[in-house]
Structure formats: C-alpha cells, structure tokens
Design a binder for this molecule. Sequence first.
Ligand code: FES
Ligand SMILES: [Fe+2]
Length: 403
Amino acid sequence: MAVTVDHEPLLSASEVQALFNPLDYALGLPGRVYSDGRYWEAERERIFKDDWFAVGYASDVPNLGDVLPVTVAGYELVLVRGSDNEVRCFHNLCRHRGTKLVLKPANVRNITCGWHCWSYSLKGELLNTPIIAGPRTREHPSFQKPDLGLVPVASRLWHDAVFVNISGSGRPFEGITGVLDDLFARYQPGQFDLEHPVRHVDTVLKINWKLYHEGGLEGYHLPFVHPALEQPDRYEVHNDHATFSSLTGTLSKYKRLGAWVDQANDLVSLNAAAAAADRHGKKIPYTIAFITPTLVFAVWPEAIVSTMLRPLSATETGVRRNLYFIGASATSDEAAAARAKYLEIWEGITAEDADYSQGVQSLSAQRDEVGVSTRFSPYWESAVHKFQQRIATKAYRAGLNCK
Ligand code: FES
Ligand SMILES: [Fe+2]
C-alpha cells in the first residue's frame, strides 16, 4: 500500500516495508524527507501543530513585562511574562491588519503595534485603538475590545522549558510529563537552579530538525567523534513511549569531565544520584530524553543540559542550549571558571556533531539519486530506527497497516 497525502505518495510501499523491516535489515528514510517541502508541511501539520512542543525558556523572559518573539516551524509566536509573573504565549499577530506585533525582545508595560498603535495588555487584552474613528477618537462601536485580544496559544512549563500546543487539540500535557517525571525522579531535578542558566549561543545549522535527533539518539559515534565523552559501558534505550525516546547511560568511571572538575577543586556540585556513587571508580548514571520534536533534556552528574531546537524550514534548524547547575554552583564566582569550562566542552561537542549531520543534509538528494539507503547498527541504533518509524507513522501516515 502506498502512503498518500492529498493523493500524492509521500513514501512508496517498498520504502515503508524497508523501514519497518527488523532493525538488522531495515533501511532508513529516503533523503528527500530531509529537504522536500511536502514532508516539512506534513510534519508541521501532524507533529508540530497538533501536539505539544517546546518553543523557549521561561528564563528567556525573566522580568515582569519581558516579551520575546519566537519563530519556530513556520509559526510566529511571542512569549510574555505578565505582571502576575505568569509566562504566556500568543500568536505574534496584530488583530488589526495582521502584521507581526513584537519584533525584538523588550521589556514593556503594554504590547503596542508599530503600524497603527493598537495596544494590548500583557494578558493579551486589547486596550487602545487610537484615532480609530478619526482624530481624537479612541473607540468605534464595531470594534469591541473583548473580541479583539491577542490569540492565545496553550502553554505549559516544564523545567524552564515552555511547551505550546498550537491547535489546542493535543492530548493532555501530563501525558508527556508524567512519563518524563518518572524517568528523571531519581536525579531530584528540583535541586538544579533553573533561574540562572548558562546559555549557549543560538546557532542555525543547515540541517533538517530530524537530523539533530538522529545524531544524538545513538552512542555509536561517541568514541570516534567526541574525545571528551566516554563510551558508556551500559546504554539503555527506552523506546516504548509514543512521543519521545530516551537513553540512560552509565559511565564506568568518571573520566568524562572529571579531570577539570578535580582541577576546579570540585566547585561544581554533583547531583544526588551521582553523589551517591564514587565518581572516581564506580557507576555514574546520566539520562537523555529526546522530547521530540524540539527538546533534548539531559541530566548529567553536574548539570542539566537542555537543548532547544527551532526548526525554521525543511533545511535549517536553530539550536541553543541552556546549562543548569546545582545550588551555589549556578551563581558563585568560585564556580564561574568551572561553568565556563563546561560550556566550552558542550559547544565543542555541538560543533563536532554539526559537521556530520550537515554532511548528511547536503548529500540527501545525491543518495536518493544514486539509490543509496541508510542502515542501522543492530547494537547501537535501535532508537534512530524507532524515531524514523514514528516520524513516518505520525507525519506521513506510514506503517499504519504494517507490522
Ligand atoms: S496592524 Fe497593528 S495596529 Fe494596525
Ligand atoms: Fe554527538
């Protein structure tokens, strides 16, 4: 059975069959799904619009009255911290003639459109429509303010990440976070200081958003690409949830980052799970959850590493990362050098991955042209395989009748 959207096949029957073959023999998604606009539109409709995804951090708008425009998956949104300290999300769209409302980050009392000066409260209520019915007027009976507020977007907060549901018809948010909270409970994530993240620069990579996840969902490349990281001696993959994959690794000894922590005289606190272990000789666990499509949330012994993707088009994706430390480690002058070093290490790891994922992107058309299909290591890459199957099923309606 060919898979169709608007009567055009997105994946052929043989491509679906190849993807849903057992891992050892399966073939990956064809290259065109990483660049062709039809797949991007199918993903926007079925993955982004209809489910929860993360678009920014509450710590991006730390002060009352902070506003931040966000562009993601073709949506122009604005995050607003109201005078009641609530972070809200709206479509960044003026109710008058539909121009973009907030053009840059700012701190404001009201949100005012530059074009004809309509203004809105931080809760999105329309407040003023100056000279709407001629000089020295402010009102017109056909413009009822309660009907013309900003269009809200359902939003929820989880460990500083702001999730939105554009259509408002997604499943309950707790359906996602309940599973995640169970997964991370042993790390006591509440001990990390979420208000003082160390921020990475927002980098735009020339990749489809799916390639970021595919690059991170396997530990196969660690010894070859990331000399700073240790190959885990145990690497569990949890694939059984509908919306995300997670990896739990256990480092046999604390080689990774341990040297500089020692040099810094242990100025960065370790979380409870790690502190319970002997970091010089025994097991140190970490867990990475790929909360697709836009958040990768990891708890390492010293820090939460939270990576946010901003898919911009089929071929461009913004990537930024926040690091959160524990207690005084998050803010103290003594730990500043350690925090900076940790940031430098993660920036280096990002760059090391980018070369390869951008390589896949740039060759995606060529490999279809010459008939090259990608493969999965049966030992290391089951999560990549499952991720591709889930994308194909959810966005391209593939595999619904396949085993
Ligand atoms: S478009 Fe915003 S006030 Fe006219
Ligand atoms: Fe990597």
